[in-house]
Design a binder for this molecule. Structure first.
Ligand code: FES
Length: 90
């Protein structure tokens, strides 16, 4: 059996509107090339970019859910159509 088959296959679980849960221990490679060894059983990596502890999730994603594609599209459409007409007496 090859060496790659002997290695444990890491499990990565995306959480809806939340982090990626990576089965640990894991080595996290940062953009500058440095490596953080995480020995916890599960490491939560931020995907929302609101964390103050990048690259790790600090639960900031819970404060405001990420806008869905449909909600963003509706907001863009509303902005493009201009101000809404007001109803009522003038
Ligand atoms: S995913 Fe949790 S803070 Fe970004």
């Amino acid at each position: 059996m090859s060496a790659s088959r002997d290695r444990k296959i890491p499990r990565v679980t995306p959480v809806a509107e939340g982090p990626l849960l990576v089965e640990g221990p894991a080595e996290i490679v940062l953009p500058d090339g440095s490596v953080i060894l995480c020995e916890r059983p599960v490491v939560a990596l931020c995907t929302c970019r609101r964390t103050l502890r990048a690259p790790f999730c600090d639960t900031s994603h819970r404060s405001r859910p990420r806008a869905t594609r449909a909600a963003r599209s509706n907001a863009t459409d509303a902005a493009a159509s201009g101000p809404a007409e007001e109803s009522g007496p003038s």
